[in-house]
Design a protein around this ligand. Structure first.
Ligand code: FEO
Length: 403
């Protein structure tokens, strides 16, 4: 019996029994420099219930943590709040080892678990309740936050809400509660998680926040499937952040993204940045060759302007820009103005092509592409600075109009 891992008590009857992935640095293309956790929860009710499992390689850690509290074979029920394999990857083997009486999932969850593993599980309807003897589970479907199968599970008697991916973050830590961690790191990792995972589903998040508010749930502990558990006043804090994400009101922040070949487009980016800064904009400059796509979308979350530059290479823009723009387009950032720029030798297609991509993303173009032949002269750099000034002033107007 593996006794190296212990459960962490959350309330009298609820324990965290998940796994900490200190080493992961790439979560299906999302850079995770701080690692992650796969949270699972054990409810010590008359009917002992496990909420979610963990990524497959971490099953032993999950079962060891359960064993520190009860014999895993005593688990009666398993609830799958989300079918993605970081939470269901070890489900088949856990079922094999503990032989639960029943496994529950949402309507779409039952389909997804069958399609992933050929598993047949019991369906719980939206709003249904499950009697655990001395405790009750209430289920709330949260379709497309962020998969069709996603649901929340609530224990009224313990005031615990299990929210699967929502309100989570990729952050490995020895601490289990948000109030034990740095607020700055929590905010950054929550922003990043929302931007990279939840952003395109903001309309559904808005409805869910409204529904949870209408239900007037008393929540003492908010337990997501990744990162720390929220308790006390921190619950209001993270829900407040989600209200900001849903609104995605642009700020006077401009993000300059560029790649460069022999330094000319970089010089343009620097002069454009100076012009933007002079208007009072908060400017973030990212050389996309040195920045992950997930950092880029995080910076765009509350930006009001995006300015993209690339030299022309083989009649197109650099592939690094194709990566970040394609990724960002899928995540549907809102309320952006923008423009493009780049140096070129003879054909000069890159800046125009980049503008078309920004238009496809719904970015409002506020200037013609700025193209400079080969190496920018002093006059050309002044033109770049004026380009930055113009976009900065447009940003100021756009943000004022949003107020
Ligand atoms: Fe953490 Fe959507 O899985």
């Amino acid at each position: 019996m593996n006794t190296a891992f212990k459960a962490v008590k959350i309330t009298e009857k609820v324990y965290w029994v998940g796994a900490i992935d200190w080493a992961i640095r790439d979560f299906h293309g999302y850079s995770t420099p701080r690692g992650s956790t796969y949270n699972a929860y054990l409810i010590l009710a008359d009917k002992i219930t496990l909420v979610d499992t963990v990524k497959r390689p971490f099953m032993d850690e999950l079962l060891a943590r359960v064993s520190s509290v009860i014999d895993p074979s005593k688990i009666d029920y398993i609830v799958s709040n989300h079918s993605e394999m970081d939470h269901s990857g070890s489900l088949v083997e856990v079922i094999d080892k503990v032989s639960p009486e029943k496994v529950f999932a949402s309507k779409m969850g039952t389909k997804a678990l069958f399609q992933h593993f050929g598993l047949v599980v019991d369906e719980v309807a939206n709003g249904a309740e499950l009697d655990l003897g001395n405790l009750t589970l209430k289920f709330l479907e949260t379709r497309m936050i962020h998969w069709p199968d996603s649901m929340f599970t609530y224990i009224p008697e313990e005031k615990v809400l299990f929210s699967q991916d929502a309100f989570g973050m990729h952050l490995a830590s020895a601490e289990r509660f948000a109030d034990e961690l740095s607020p700055d790191i929590l905010r950054r990792e929550s922003d990043k998680y929302y931007a990279n995972i939840v952003l395109p589903y903001s309309p559904m998040v808005k409805k869910t926040l409204e529904k949870v508010a209408d239900m007037n749930l008393e929540i003492g502990h908010l337990c997501p499937d990744h990162g720390p558990i929220w308790r006390g006043k921190d619950i209001g804090e993270i829900i407040g952040w989600y209200s900001e994400y849903v609104a995605q009101k642009p700020r006077r922040k401009a993000v300059v993204l560029y790649d460069t070949m022999w330094g000319s487009t970089e010089k343009m980016a620097r002069a454009i940045t100076d012009g933007l800064s002079e208007t009072g904009a908060d400017v973030k400059v990212l050389d996309v060759r040195a920045s992950s796509r997930s950092e880029v979308i995080t910076e765009l979350l509350f930006a009001g302007a995006v300015i993209v530059g690339s030299p022309t290479l083989n009649q197109t823009f650099f592939p690094t820009l194709a990566d970040v723009l394609n990724y960002s387009k899928g995540l549907k950032p809102h309320n952006l103005i923008g423009a493009t720029f780049g140096s070129y030798g003879w054909s000069g297609e890159a800046a125009g092509q980049l503008q078309s991509i920004l238009e496809d993303m719904g970015v409002k173009i506020v200037s013609e592409p700025l193209k400079i032949n080969y190496v920018p002269t002093a006059e050309a750099l002044t033109e770049c600075r004026e380009f930055g000034l113009k976009i900065g002033n447009e940003l100021k107007k756009a943000v004022e109009n949003e107020r």
